[in-house]
Design a protein around this ligand. Structure first.
Ligand SMILES: Cc1cc2nc3c(=O)[nH]c(=O)nc-3n(C[C@H](O)[C@H](O)[C@H](O)COP(=O)(O)OP(=O)(O)OC[C@H]3O[C@@H](n4cnc5c(N)ncnc54)[C@H](O)[C@@H]3O)c2cc1C
Length: 453
C-alpha cells in the first residue's frame, strides 16, 4: 500500500548548493540504486540524490505490488532480474531485512499458453533460471477451491476464459518490502558520502554551451550544448550545477526531457491494486494457507490464464492483493500530475473487470469485498517493454521498466554507473558480464517482453 513519508524534508540548503559531479533526480528504486553504484565506484565524486517527495520511495516504488520474479520471456529481463534478485537475497542473508519472502510465482495456463511458453522456458533454462512445470491435477490438489475446468460455465465461455491445463512455477520469485529496499540503498549511499535532498523539485534542466562566450541567447545551434545542472525549488531553491545529470524520474520522465527536446521514451498508464480480507471467509482463509509451493506455507503469486489477473498473499494482514493487466482503453499519459493522489483506484473496475475472472477460477473470491485499493503509474517503454539506460551528452536517463523495475533495480543501478563511466561492460551482481548498450537506444539489442502483468 502507498507508504506515508516519515523522513523530514529539512535539509541544510546552503550546504547543498554549488557544484556536483553527478546529480541524480528521483529517489525511487532506480534513482537510489543508481546513486549508490555511482558513488561506490567513484568515491571521490560528489553525488547528490534529489526527490520532490519528503522521503525516498514515495513514488511508484511505494505503490507497487512489491513482488519480484526472474520469469520473463526476454533474455535481458531474465538476466537483469535474476542478478538483482541474487543481490537482494544476499543483502537480506547478511542481516538487512528487506522483507524478502520466496513465495514463488505460479502461472496458470491453458494448453495453448503452455505451448506458446516453450521457447521462453528453454531460454530461462539456458540462463540458469529454474522453473517447474505443474500438471493440472497437481495444481488442483494443492490449490484449494481452484476450478480448472470451466467448460460447463456459460459465463466463463462468454468471457473467453480458458481451462487451466497446467502451470509454470518460478521458485526464485516472491515478495519484498520496497520501502525497506529503497531505504537500504539510500542509507548505503549516504554512508559512503552521498548527499540527499528531499522535498526538492527539479523544475527544469539547465542547458548551456560547453564553452560559454558570454553572448545573450546562448547556447546557439553552432555551439555544443550540455546540461549544466538543475533548477530546483522546495526545501532547496536555486540552481545546482552538475557535470552529469541522471534522470530516474519514472513515470515523470518526459517532464524534464520534453522541454529540452529529448524524447523520454516513457508512456505512463494507471495500474490498480485491490486488497480483500480473508477474515470471516474460511474458504479464502484456506487459500491463504496453501501449502506445497514454498516452505512458508503460503500460496505463490498466482497469474490466471486471462487478462493477467493475479493475486498474492499479504498474510500478515490476512489479505490478498489482486491486480490485472489493463492495457487497451486505458490512456497513456505523457506527463503525469506531480502527485499520485489524483490517480485513484476504481471499485467498479474491480467489480466488473477483475472479480468476474478471479471468481470464475477461484469462487471463494465471489463475495469478497474490497478492503483497500490504490493506484500508481506503470512507466512503459512502449517499444519493447524493457527498461532503458541511454545517454545524451552528459545526461543519462534510466526508466521504461514497464511495471517490473523494482526487481531489476540493482542491475539497472550498475548499468547507469557503467554508462556514466563509459564502460563497455558491466559486472552485474554475481559476476554476469553485461553490455550496457543492449538496453541503450543507439545499439539496442533486445526482444520484446511478452510477460508483462
Ligand atoms: C500498481 C503497481 C504495481 C507494481 N508492481 C510491481 C511489482 O510487483 N514489482 C516490481 O518490480 N515493480 C512493480 N511495479 C513497477 C514499479 O513500481 C516501478 O518499476 C518502479 O517503482 C520504478 O522505479 P523508479 O525509481 O523508476 O520510479 P519511482 O518510484 O516512481 O521514482 C521516481 C521518483 O522521481 C521523482 N521525481 C520525478 N520527477 C521529479 C522532479 N522533477 N523533481 C524531483 N523528483 C522527481 C518522483 O518523486 C519519484 O520519487 C508496479 C507499479 C505499479 C503502479
Amino acid at each position: 500500500m502507498p507508504p506515508k513519508a516519515e523522513m523530514s524534508g529539512a535539509v541544510d540548503a546552503p550546504a547543498l548548493m554549488g557544484r556536483y559531479d553527478v546529480v541524480v533526480v528521483g529517489a525511487g528504486i532506480l534513482g537510489a540504486a543508481s546513486a549508490f553504484h555511482l558513488k561506490r565506484n567513484s568515491p571521490n565524486r560528489r553525488v547528490l540524490l534529489l526527490d520532490r517527495f519528503g522521503a525516498p520511495g514515495q513514488g511508484n516504488t511505494g505503490r507497487s505490488n512489491a513482488m519480484f520474479r526472474n520469469t520473463f520471456t526476454s533474455n535481458d529481463n531474465q538476466i537483469l532480474s535474476d542478478s538483482t534478485i541474487e543481490c537482494y537475497l544476499k543483502v537480506q542473508s547478511e542481516g538487512t531485512d528487506l522483507g524478502l519472502q520466496r513465495i514463488g510465482y505460479l502461472w496458470l495456463m491453458s494448453n495453448a499458453q503452455l505451448s506458446a511458453s516453450e521457447g521462453a522456458l528453454r531460454l530461462m533454462d539456458r540462463n540458469g533460471i529454474h522453473t517447474r512445470r505443474f500438471a493440472r491435477a497437481e495444481i488442483e490438489e494443492r490449490m484449494p477451491g481452484l476450478r480448472a475446468d470451466l467448460s460447463s460455465d456459460g459465463e466463463a465461455e462468454l468471457m473467453g476464459l480458458p481451462d487451466v491445463d497446467g502451470g509454470v512455477f518460478g521458485p526464485k520469485c516472491g515478495r519484498l518490502d520496497p520501502d525497506k529496499l529503497v531505504r537500504h540503498y539510500v542509507r548505503e549511499f549516504t554512508r559512503i558520502g552521498g548527499l540527499t535532498a528531499f522535498s526538492t523539485n527539479v523544475d527544469r534542466l539547465l542547458v548551456g554551451p560547453s564553452k560559454r562566450l558570454g553572448i545573450d541567447g546562448e547556447p546557439f545551434v553552432w555551439q555544443e550544448s550540455r546540461v549544466e545542472g538543475v533548477q530546483v525549488s522546495g526545501a532547496v531553491n536555486g540552481a545546482i550545477g552538475a557535470d552529469a545529470v541522471v534522470l530516474a524520474c519514472g513515470a515523470w520522465g518526459n517532464q524534464l526531457l520534453g522541454p529540452v527536446g529529448i524524447d523520454g521514451h516513457v508512456g505512463a498508464k494507471k495500474r490498480q491494486l485491490f486488497s480483500v480480507s480473508t477474515k470471516g471467509s474460511p474458504p479464502l482463509g484456506r487459500l491463504l494457507h496453501t501449502k506445497g509451493f514454498n516452505d512458508l506455507g503460503l500460496p505463490p503469486l498466482v497469474v490466471l490464464p486471462k487478462a493477467g489477473v493475479h493475486f498474492r498473499p499479504a498474510a500478515e494482514e490476512g489479505d490478498f492483493w489482486i491486480g490485472c493487466e489493463d492495457e487497451v482503453n486505458r490512456p497513456l499519459i505523457n506527463v503525469p500530475e506531480r502527485s499520485l493522489e489524483g490517480y485513484e483506484a476504481e471499485r467498479s473496475f474491480y467489480e466488473r473487470s477483475v472479480s468476474p475472472v478471479l471468481s470464475a477460477y477461484f469462487p471463494q473470491f465471489k463475495s469478497a469485498a474490497v478492503k483497500a485499493m490504490w493506484a500508481g503509474l506503470y512507466s512503459y517503454n512502449t517499444l519493447d517493454y524493457l527498461p532503458f539506460v541511454f545517454r545524451q551528452g552528459n545526461l543519462i536517463a534510466v526508466g521504461g521498466d514497464s511495471g517490473s523495475g523494482i526487481m531489476k533495480g540493482d542491475s539497472l543501478g550498475r548499468i547507469v554507473d557503467a554508462v556514466y563511466r563509459e564502460a563497455d561492460e558491466v559486472s552485474l551482481y554475481g559476476g554476469v558480464q553485461y553490455d550496457p548498450s543492449r538496453i541503450g537506444f543507439e545499439r539496442r539489442r533486445v526482444e520484446r517482453e511478452g510477460w508483462v502483468i
